[in-house]
Design a protein around this ligand. Structure first.
Ligand SMILES: Nc1ncnc2c1ncn2[C@@H]1O[C@H](COP(=O)(O)OP(=O)(O)OP(=O)(O)O)[C@@H](O)[C@H]1O
Ligand SMILES: [Mg+2]
Length: 425
């Protein structure tokens, strides 16, 4: 079989294509009236040209990727930025974020969607487990949006008794019901020209859902007991840790309201899916606790740090935040496992799934996934052992293993390992 070659002999270049396009252009330029048949013929030529351009571009991409240096990932399109570049780009674009974030691709995707949604008027629905940072993200949408001079008004829909939903959201006039001693503004009015954050929207009873839908459609409210409509201009951001689509199917949540609220849907990933962010969050909360409690930043013993890097965090970032504030209050200079709450200290290692443990999902995944997971475990153990032996001197470990320093850094980051944690105290 002849080897497959690229070149002018086997494929047209851009010069040939330009020539064909010119012929087509002049045919059209001088045509006064075109019969159907002629149109069909010209369309055929256009399609053929399109095909040639596509195949030329495919060949170019192939040639580029086969010429790429070996250490570049060949499957990644040449122009797609790394997570580090995406993070830097977000910050360069003056993206305002209240907490801290690193290079985790899932979180970056969430932040990039939030950034794009922020300057629009479209409603945003934020989904995520409890404590993942949904409210923080809602504030990010507000702060990066056009209404950031207005108020951010948060309503916990799960905490309003059913008979008070209307008055809480839309306000009331004096005497509207027993106990309405004076006129009162509702949350929507307070959020006018700002953002209203409807937290735990999945908990809103069906009667409240109907009323909310009406307001979203008309963009006006009426205080309970008044006929006077009040125009409202507020950005809607809602959040839930429930599966609203499933609730729609079972009739617990109105479908029309769901579609109105979820024009843009963002998911905040749980902490166990962005473990590489844990070291950053630890430093952030240790500094925050030091400032709040007027003390020096808390140090963590290596085994406590390891526990935090491996723990499953069912309560997500809020749980990590609370743990570190608790320990900053109870421990002296250095916190250790003994400063963890009783319930966590009592956990057998299998309950706090170490990153070492092959998770159920991996067990049921493909053989290649299982191999990769096992390889990751071995890699992490190897790094931990090595770092212990060199007392946390990563440069020394890199030299010992004949490894490039930045490659070692990248591996340590992947496994959430900090060299500092292996240095003797
Ligand atoms: N990336 C982050 N950096 C720093 N702090 C964060 C980050 N994400 C969340 N937090 C903090 O974690 C805590 C929980 O966040 P938040 O209240 O936004 O979560 P939530 O998803 O609304 O929780 P819930 O479902 O329980 O209401 C807050 O103290 C918040 O400031
Ligand atoms: Mg919340």
């Amino acid at each position: 079989m002849r080897p497959f070659t690229f070149g002018a002999a086997t494929a047209p270049g851009y010069g040939d294509l330009l020539e064909k396009i010119e012929i087509l252009r002049s045919t059209l330029r001088w045509a006064t009236r075109l019969e159907r048949e002629e149109i069909q013929r010209l369309l055929g030529q256009c399609n053929a040209l399109r095909e040639e351009v596509m195949s030329l571009s495919r060949r170019e991409r192939f040639a580029q990727s086969s010429a790429a240096p070996e250490d570049l990932e060949p499957l990644r399109p040449a122009q797609s930025p790394t997570t580090g570049q995406r993070r830097a780009a977000l910050l360069e674009r003056d993206f305002v974020f209240e907490g801290v974030f690193g290079d985790n691709p899932k979180l970056l995707e969430t932040l990039e969607i939030a950034e794009r949604a922020a300057p629009t008027d479209l409603p945003v629905l934020i989904r995520g487990e409890s404590g993942t940072g949904k409210e923080l993200l809602a504030k990010v949408v507000h702060t990066n949006g056009r209404r950031n001079q207005g108020s951010f008004v948060s309503v916990n829909c799960g905490a309003i008794p059913e008979n008070l939903v209307e008055s809480e959201l839309f306000g009331h006039v004096k005497g509207a019901f027993t106990g309405a001693a004076s006129d009162r503004k509702g949350k929507f009015e307070s959020a006018n020209h700002g953002t209203i954050f409807l937290d735990e929207i999945g908990e809103l009873p069906l009667s409240g859902q109907v009323k909310l839908l009406r307001v979203l459609q008309s963009q006006e409210i009426q205080r309970v007991g008044s006929d006077r409509p009040i125009q409202i201009d507020a950005r809607i951001v809602a959040a839930t840790n429930r599966d609203l689509a499933a609730m729609v199917k079972t009739g617990q949540f109105r479908e029309d309201l769901y579609y109105r609220l979820s024009v843009i849907e963002v998911v905040v990933p749980p902490l166990r899916e962005r473990r590489d962010e844990i070291p950053l969050l630890i430093d952030f909360f240790c500094d925050a606790a030091a400032e709040r409690l007027g003390r020096a930043p808390l140090e963590l013993s290596p085994r406590l740090r390891q526990f935090l890097l491996d723990y499953a965090f069912p309560g997500n970032i809020r749980e990590l935040h609370n743990l570190l504030f608790r320990m900053a209050c109870l421990a002296d200079a250095t916190a250790d496992l003994a400063h963890l709450p009783e319930a966590l200290r009592a956990l057998p290692p299998t309950v706090a799934p170490a990153s070492d443990a092959v998770s159920d999902s991996t067990a049921s995944a493909s053989l290649s996934d299982a191999r990769k997971a096992a390889g990751d475990i071995a890699e992490k153990r190897f790094l931990e052992q090595g770092l212990r032996e060199v007392n946390g001197r990563a440069v020394e470990l890199a030299r010992r293993e004949g490894m490039n320093r930045s490659h070692l850094q990248a591996l340590m980051k992947k496994h959430g390992l900090s060299a500092k944690a292996f240095r003797p105290k």
